[in-house]
Design a protein around this ligand. Structure first.
Ligand code: ADP
Length: 545
């Protein structure tokens, strides 16, 4: 017997229709590439998305065609989120920090038809435009007054102006109805090894993920929130926040290109931001600015930190000095991205502050919809509640089934997606990442968790950034080498740092050496590139060797 409820597909266009109808006047505020602060509302955003949907149709973009963006977080980018996916085309958000060769590769692989870009990326567009094979139109996301000079414009084939396109169209557009399993957007993984692979989300997976992330035990978003996603809209759809905004009616604030501590702080304060999200490296800049100028947040209550392990020292700095609660979260491009989020359970109510911080350092428990397990080298499921780590596998309705164009073959093992992360899960179901499998340090056949070591180093007041990598050792195969960037003006010696580990971990986990560097290479999404460090230190001679 079938249920007898309405059949309504879960479509991304439903979100913008809802926001316009129920939260019309709620604001969408953006720092623009043009330099000013732009104010808009969900009503205007919905209307302009429909105009843009008409414009895309007029450009010949059809059902399932790919439309790429190279853009910061801003209202025009959000309009494209709805105009493109809502009309049945696929939004391909390209990471502008990738190498131009990689951008050409993924634009060709995705067979993008149109590419919309912020003016910041004009030089990049000039470098790649004539090398890409399928893009028919390049759209500069600006108005006529800010368009490039004719001689520059002539270097880009079929260059159009976003505001001209919007102005030329009627705002009447009927969002089409179609199967909720239709592809909606496409993100490529940064491809630290091999070519980038495409993750193709559907309307259904995106809507289910949005329902999940706004729940109280996840990011807990509501109409009363003012959300500023620092995480870029080209990094796994800004972790779903542009969809969560429309679903809840929260005010949205977009930082545009202003990702330095000062610009972010100004926007947090002037717009009354209550919730933000980003990777740890961005928060370092903000914390440094806030501390150096003795500032406080007047409205910000929570910030989501994920993308790489959030050092416990950062959780404390936010909590103790600024009264901001850090929500440690974990996920990946292949997971839309949210998998776990660290919120407390009822049993934690009586805990002291130190014990609460110990819980908050973990990546947390699954949001409903995601299931996870850890397995040993033979693929057998391991019990929860021990100190032993295993390979982390996940499954759920917003987790990848196969890569775009089946690149790399079937990624699943018995219906589970192996994340490539190594983790332990405690008896309460709180997961803690100890490493990425490719970053694991294997000493005498035993694993040493590099993240644990980095977290300890980051708690030292003189350390700005720390990476722990495997260095070759004649007896133990590999031993940990700590690579450290000092804070400006700070002094610390190798011996002092090594002594700092005493009593905090098993003695044999202590790094064999410390080396100081000017900078640690960061990848396109702001994560430490340990593969580059391993290459740099591949002939490093440990004093213990
Ligand atoms: P890439 O960095 O390859 O572009 P993602 O942005 O999808 O891809 O990164 C996913 C990976 O980032 C995870 O598999 C995990 O290794 C790491 N990661 C994400 N969040 C956390 C976290 N809170 N703690 C530790 N590692 C994390």
């Amino acid at each position: 017997m079938q249920g007898q409820m309405m059949q309504q597909p879960l479509l991304i266009s439903n979100l913008i229709v809802h926001a316009e109808r129920h939260h019309a006047g709620r604001e969408v505020v953006s720092r623009r590439v043009e330099g000013d602060i732009h104010r808009s509302t969900y009503k205007e955003l919905a209307s302009r998305s429909r105009r843009m949907a008409n414009a895309l149709a007029a450009l010949g973009v059809g059902f399932g065609d790919r439309v790429a963006t190279l853009a910061w977080n801003g209202y025009r980018h959000m309009e494209l989120y709805y105009a493109v996916s809502g009309s049945g085309a696929v939004l391909h958000t390209v990471n502008p920090r990738l190498h131009p060769d990689q951008i050409v590769y993924i634009a060709d692989h995705a067979e993008d038809k149109v590419l919309c870009f912020d003016m910041t990326f004009l030089p990049l567009i000039q470098a790649v435009a004539r090398r890409t094979r399928t893009i028919k139109h390049f759209v500069a996301m600006t108005d006529r007054a800010h368009m490039p000079a004719p001689e520059v414009a002539a270097t880009i084939p079929n260059l159009l102006c976003y505001e001209d396109l919007v102005a030329a169209q009627d705002d009447r557009f009927e969002w089409p109805n179609f199967d909720e399993n239709t592809a909606s957007s496409l993100c490529y993984t940064s491809g630290t090894t091999g070519n980038p692979k495409g993750v193709l989300y559907s309307h259904r997976s995106t809507l289910l993920h949005t329902f999940a992330i706004v729940m109280p035990d996840a990011l807990s978003c509501s109409e009363r929130d003012v959300i500023l996603p620092v995480v870029p809209m080209f990094h796994v759809n800004a972790w779903g926040l542009p969809y969560a905004g429309c679903m809840t009616g929260a005010k949205m604030v977009f930082p545009g290109p202003g990702l330095d501590g000062k610009s972010l702080y100004e926007l947090f304060e002037s717009e009354g931001v209550t919730l933000s999200a980003g990777v740890p490296t961005v928060w370092q800049g903000l914390l440094a600015h806030v501390e150096a100028n003795n500032l406080k947040f007047s409205t910000m209550k929570r910030t989501v930190i994920g993308g790489s392990a959030c050092p416990p020292a950062m959780i404390r700095a936010f909590g103790e000095k600024l009264g901001v609660h850090v929500l440690h979260a974990w996920g990946m491009t292949e997971m839309s991205p949210l998998g776990t989020c660290c919120t407390f359970k009822a049993k934690h109510a009586g805990l002291g502050q130190e014990e609460r911080y110990a819980v908050m350092a973990k990546q947390g428990r699954v949001v409903y919809g995601v299931d996870m397990k850890i397995v040993d080298d033979q693929g057998a499921e391991m019990a929860w509640g021990s100190e032993t780590s295993g390979d982390l596998y996940v499954r759920g309705p917003w987790i990848i089934g196969s890569y775009f164009k089946d690149e790399g073959g079937n990624p699943l093992i018995d219906g589970w997606f192996p994340t490539g992360d190594v983790a332990r899960i405690d008896a309460d179901g709180y997961m803690q990442i100890t490493d990425r499998s490719k970053d694991v340090i294997k000493s005498g056949g035993e694993w040493i968790g590099s993240i644990d070591l980095e977290n300890i180093a980051m708690a030292h007041p003189a350390v700005a950034m720390a990476a722990c990598i495997a260095a070759k050792h004649p007896k133990w195969d590999e031993r940990p080498l700590l690579v450290v960037v000092k804070k400006p003006g700070a002094q610390v010696t190798r011996e002092e740092l090594l002594a700092f580990f005493e009593g905090k971990i098993a003695k044999w986990w202590t790094p064999d050496d410390v080396t100081f560097v000017e900078a640690i290479p960061l990848g396109a999404t702001g994560k430490m590139q340990k593969n580059k460090l391993r290459e740099q230190f591949k002939d490093y001679h440990l004093p213990t060797a």
